[in-house]
Design a binder for this molecule. Structure first.
Ligand SMILES: Nc1ncnc2c1ncn2[C@@H]1O[C@H](COP(=O)(O)OP(=O)(O)OP(=O)(O)O)[C@@H](O)[C@H]1O
Ligand SMILES: [Mg+2]
Length: 335
């Protein structure tokens, strides 16, 4: 049995053999600090976020693309694997993708967790490679392709040719930072404090970062900072634009820097093929048009961008024999 895992900062997705995606849950864990035990993981933990009493903490253990909490990450990954395997003794091979900013020591901890959960072999694959595989394009040819994967914690930009990364950049500007920027902007402009979940909803429903015109908007609720009482306000695409455009520009700047590092032949290929956008951030309304305008290369939003990396880990098994010698930046860990 082959298992593919996209261990994202925001979401964990697991694929199993040819069954496709069998698990898709937020990367969260709820922990009781009095009893020292895990209460919930994933969706259940997400529902508790921001609503717990003191002795229960809900953490996003991979927040901002770093493993802020080793133990919690291990608990979470073990719980997820057990959830999909049902504790059967399958001894699966696992292809796993961890955030690019994760250090070797941290990945080691995750690999150990996967082994504790029963893995026979664990392959670690880089996110841009998995993301491009997941879009369905053939990355084995000597043709340059560029992917911009905007996740929760990091944006990974890479130029790939012949199964390997030729130029790349990874910045810690992605979904979570957008949400925080929206919280800050709303509190400055409207004097209303909203939660990050609410900010995320506003980002999803009311963003337009290409040509905001006030037509996309949403009612959100929070606490008035001066009166201290509940308040509801309407936010529009202008607000979201103001809140996040600087961060978006950092991403565009990083894309330019990767072009500067890439060999000119490959730059020519990308001019023809376009840029592939993956990760949840690819869905920010107007982003494809903005990047196309600023960079001068057309952009494809991948089909189902949030699942690209998970699908890539699944498709990697088709090339499992090639995985180590064919794919650059893949590592194998055996028991
Ligand atoms: N329609 C949408 N519009 C804008 N943002 C969205 C949309 N849908 C999801 N997102 C955002 O995408 C992010 C999650 O994307 P994704 O699942 O690709 O991240 P991840 O893989 O867990 O993170 P990372 O790759 O950084 O480890 C969240 O910040 C979420 O708010
Ligand atoms: Mg991701």
């Amino acid at each position: 049995m082959d298992i593919g895992i996209d261990l994202g900062t925001a979401n964990v997705m697991i694929t199993m053999g040819n069954r496709g995606i069998v698990l898709n849950e937020p990367s969260m864990i709820a922990f009781n600090t009095k009893l020292n035990e895990v209460i919930a993981v994933g969706t259940e933990a997400y529902k508790m976020a921001g609503k717990t009493p003191d002795h229960i903490t809900v953490v996003q253990p991979l927040c901002d693309g770093v493993i802020s909490d080793h133990k919690m990450t291990e608990y979470m990954i073990t719980a997820f694997i057990e959830k999909v395997t049902g504790k059967q003794l399958l001894m699966p091979n696992i292809v796993m993708c961890v955030p690019s900013s994760v250090t070797d020591v941290e990945s080691r901890a995750v690999i150990e967790a996967a082994k504790i959960a029963g893995a026979k072999k664990v392959y670690l694959i880089e996110e841009p490679i998995a993301a491009l595989l997941g879009t369905g394009i053939d990355i084995s040819t000597p043709l340059g392709n560029m992917v911009v994967d905007i996740g929760g914690g990091t944006t990974d930009i890479a130029v790939v040719s012949m199964n390997g990364i030729v130029a790349k950049s990874s910045i810690k500007v992605a979904g979570n930072k957008f949400d925080k920027a929206i919280v800050k902007y709303i509190s400055n402009r409207y004097r209303v404090l909203i939660g990050e979940k609410t900010a995320e909803m506003a980002k999803i429903s009311a963003a337009n970062i290409f040509d905001p015109d006030g037509s996309r908007n949403m009612i959100i609720k929070g606490r008035h900072l001066i009166r201290g009482l509940p308040e509801q306000i309407q936010v529009s695409d202008y607000d979201i634009y103001e809140a996040i455009i600087e961060l978006i520009n950092e991403i565009i700047f990083a894309i330019k820097s990767v072009f500067e590092k890439a060999p000119p032949e490959l730059v020519g290929d990308i001019y023809n093929n376009g840029i592939y956008l993956t990760g949840g951030g690819a869905l920010i309304y107007g982003l494809d048009k903005l990047i196309a305008k600023e960079i001068g290369v057309h952009c494809h939003i991948a089909e189902d961008p949030i699942s690209c990396v998970a699908n890539g880990t699944r498709l990697a098994f088709k090339n499992i024999d090639k995985l180590l010698d064919g794919f650059e930046n893949v590592s194998l860990y055996k028991n």
